[in-house]
Design a protein around this ligand. Structure first.
Ligand code: AMP
Length: 512
C-alpha cells in the first residue's frame, strides 16, 4: 500500500498529548493492525484481532484505551477517579511490557492517566494502597487480578469500561480458564472489549463467546509468523517413513534437538505410535490427546493434559507429519518463537509430499516462498548404525500396543474423574471392575535400548553428544553439522507435566 493511503496517527482524532508521545517513540506511521484497529476501537466496537508479537499490537489496544480515558476526563462531567481499563495478559513479563508501553504513551499526560501493573513481584500488601488510589488502568495476569478482587483490593463492577485480553490464545492455554471465568463474574454487564491473539483457535472462540459483543474481526494479511531472524524454518527430506523415525530418534537421543520440543503428527494413532516408539529408547513423551477431553466432557481433566503443559519457551516445533494445510502449519510453527524468543520449526517431508510442502511455501512465503524453508543438512549415513535398533523399536509398537496405550489413558481418565466420583460411590462394583480389569500392556520396553553405546555415536559427534550426562535447560536447536559445544539435554523432560486436580481448584500450571 502506498504511504499516502495509510491513515496516519494525526488523522485518527487522537489527543495531542498522545500524538506527542507517539512522535517521541519515532513511529512515523501506524502498523497495519494499528491502522485498522484504532479507528474501530474509537467508534466503540468490540474487536477480535489476530496479531502477533512484533506487530505493534500493544499500542493498537493501548492508544484507543488511553484516548477513551483522556476524552472522558476532558469532556464529560467531572467524574470520580476509578479503574476504567483492565489489561489481562498471560505472563508477568508481558504485564511488564504492556505497562511500559502504556507509560511511554502517557508520557505527556501521566498525571491524568495512571497505570498499575499488579503482576510485578511486589507483594499484595504493597499493591493494595496503589489499587486503593484507583489507577485508571490495571495490568496483570488473571490470577493476580482475581486474587486482588477476592481480597477486596479491587472493585471493577461499577467502574470498568474497557477490557483488553492480550495473547488471548495463551490466556486459556496456560490453564487460566477457571480463573478467567470467575474473574469475568466480577465485571460489569456492559463494557467494551478487545481480544488480541496470535491464532484463532477454539480457546479464542470460547473467549470470544464469553466477552465480546458483536465484535469486528480483524484478520490482517500480514505475515503470520515471525521473520527469519527469530524463527528458523527447515525442511528435512526423508526418503522413507522409517527414515523419519530413525532421524527423530537420533536427533533426540543425541540431544541435537534440545529445549522443549513439540512433535506434531496427523492422527492420534500416530501420536501414540510415536510416544511408544520413543519410550522404547527411554525417551519420555506424552500425547496431547484432544480427543479425550472432548469425548469425556464429564471428566474433571477436561483439556487437563494440554492445559497442564507449560507451552512457554518451546524452542523447537517438529512436524513429524506434514501439516495438512498452510493454516495448520502456522498453528504448529506458531507454538515456538513467541514473545521475541528465538525458535525453530523443522518439517519432515517424504519425496511424495514435496508438492504439498510447496503449496504451504507459496501460501505463506509470499515473494520469498523460495527461501522460506532452509534445507536441513544432515548426513543420514552417519546414523545408519541406529537403524537396526530403530527397526527393532518400530516392530515392538504394534497396532495392539497402540490400542492398549490409548485404552490405558482412557481408563486413567475415568478413574480420576471428579465428575464420575459420585457415580462410582453409588456404583462401587463398576469401579472395582474398572480397577481390576485385565492389566494393559502398551508395549514391552527393552531397557538396553535406552543406552547408546559409544560406537553408535557418529564419529563427528563423539565426545560432543553425550546422551547420558547431566541435562541443561532450554538450549536452542542445533544441526548435526553446526554442533560445536557439548549439548546434552533431553528436551522432552523439560515439560512440566501436571494434571489439573479439580475443576474448582486453582490451575496447577505456574506462570512467570
Ligand atoms: P508489540 O507488537 O506490541 O510487541 O510491538 C513491537 C514493537 O513495535 C515495539 O517495540 C513497539 O515499540 C514497536 N511499534 C509499535 N507501534 C509502532 C509503529 N507504529 N511504528 C514503529 N514501531 C512500532
Amino acid at each position: 500500500m502506498a504511504d499516502s493511503e495509510v491513515l496516519g496517527f494525526q488523522h485518527m482524532g487522537l489527543d495531542q498529548r498522545l500524538l506527542q508521545a507517539i512522535a517521541e517513540q519515532g513511529w512515523a506511521r501506524p502498523t497495519l493492525i494499528q491502522e485498522k484497529a484504532i479507528p474501530l476501537a474509537l467508534e466503540g466496537k468490540d474487536l477480535l484481532a489476530r496479531a502477533r508479537t512484533g506487530s505493534g499490537k500493544t499500542a493498537a489496544y493501548a492508544i484507543p484505551l488511553l484516548q477513551h480515558l483522556l476524552h472522558r476526563k476532558a469532556t464529560g462531567p467531572v467524574v470520580e477517579q476509578a479503574i476504567r481499563g483492565l489489561v489481562l495478559v498471560p505472563t508477568k513479563e508481558l504485564a511488564r511490557q504492556a505497562q511500559t508501553m502504556i507509560r511511554q504513551l502517557t508520557a505527556y499526560c501521566s498525571r491524568d492517566v495512571r497505570v498499575v501493573d499488579v503482576s510485578a513481584s511486589e507483594d499484595f500488601a504493597f499493591q493494595r494502597p496503589l489499587l486503593m488510589e484507583k489507577p485508571d488502568v490495571v495490568v496483570g495476569t488473571p490470577s493476580r487480578v482475581l486474587s486482588h478482587l477476592l481480597q477486596g483490593n479491587l472493585n471493577l463492577r461499577d467502574s470498568l469500561e474497557l477490557l483488553v485480553m492480550d495473547e488471548a490464545d495463551l490466556l486459556f492455554s496456560f490453564g487460566f480458564e477457571e480463573e478467567l471465568k470467575t474473574l469475568l463474574c466480577h465485571l460489569p454487564r456492559i463494557y467494551q472489549a478487545f481480544l488480541m491473539s496470535a491464532t484463532f483457535n477454539e480457546d479464542v472462540q470460547a473467549l470470544k463467546e464469553l466477552v465480546l459483543h458483536n465484535p469486528v474481526t480483524l484478520k490482517l494479511q500480514e505475515s503470520q509468523l515471525p521473520g527469519p531472524d527469530q524463527l528458523q524454518q527447515f525442511q528435512v527430506v526423508c526418503e522413507t517413513e522409517e527414515d523419519k523415525f530413525l532421524l527423530l530418534y537420533a536427533l533426540l537421543k543425541l540431544s541435537l534437538l534440545r529445549g522443549k520440543s513439540l512433535l506434531f503428527v496427523n492422527t492420534l494413532e500416530r501420536g501414540y505410535r510415536l510416544r511408544l516408539f520413543l519410550e522404547q529408547f527411554s525417551i519420555p513423551a506424552c500425547v496431547l490427546n484432544g480427543e479425550l477431553p472432548l469425548r469425556s466432557r464429564a471428566s474433571d481433566t477436561e483439556s487437563g493434559v494440554a492445559r497442564g503443559i507449560d507451552f512457554h519457551n518451546v524452542t523447537a516445533v517438529l512436524n513429524f507429519d506434514l501439516p495438512p494445510s498452510p493454516e495448520a502449519y502456522i498453528h504448529r510453527a506458531g507454538r515456538t518463537a513467541r514473545a521475541n524468543n528465538p525458535g525453530t520449526a523443522l518439517t519432515f517431508v517424504l519425496p511424495t509430499e514435496r508438492s504439498q510442502l510447496k503449496e504451504i511455501e507459496e501460501a505463506l512465503g509470499g515473494e520469498n516462498a523460495e527461501s522460506m524453508f532452509l534445507p536441513y543438512q544432515f548426513r543420514m549415513e552417519e546414523i545408519e548404525g541406529f537403524r537396526y535398533r530403530c527397526r527393532d523399536a518400530m516392530r515392538s509398537v504394534t497396532k495392539q500396543a497402540i490400542r492398549e496405550a490409548r485404552l490405558k489413558e482412557i481408563k486413567e481418565e475415568l478413574l480420576h474423574s471428579e465428575k464420575l466420583k459420585t457415580y462410582f460411590e453409588d456404583n462401587p462394583r463398576d469401579l472395582q471392575l474398572l480397577r481390576h480389569d485385565r492389566p494393559l500392556h502398551p508395549a514391552v520396553v527393552k531397557p538396553h535400548l535406552g543406552h547408546v553405546p559409544d560406537y553408535l555415536v557418529p564419529p563427528t559427534l563423539r565426545g560432543i553428544a553425550r546422551p547420558h550426562s547431566k541435562r541443561k535447560r532450554n538450549r536452542p536447536f542445533t544441526s548435526l553439522r553446526k554442533l560445536k559445544t557439548p549439548r546434552t539435554q533431553n528436551p522432552l523432560r523439560s515439560f512440566k507435566y501436571t494434571r489439573k486436580k479439580q475443576r474448582t481448584s486453582a490451575p496447577s500450571a505456574k506462570h512467570s
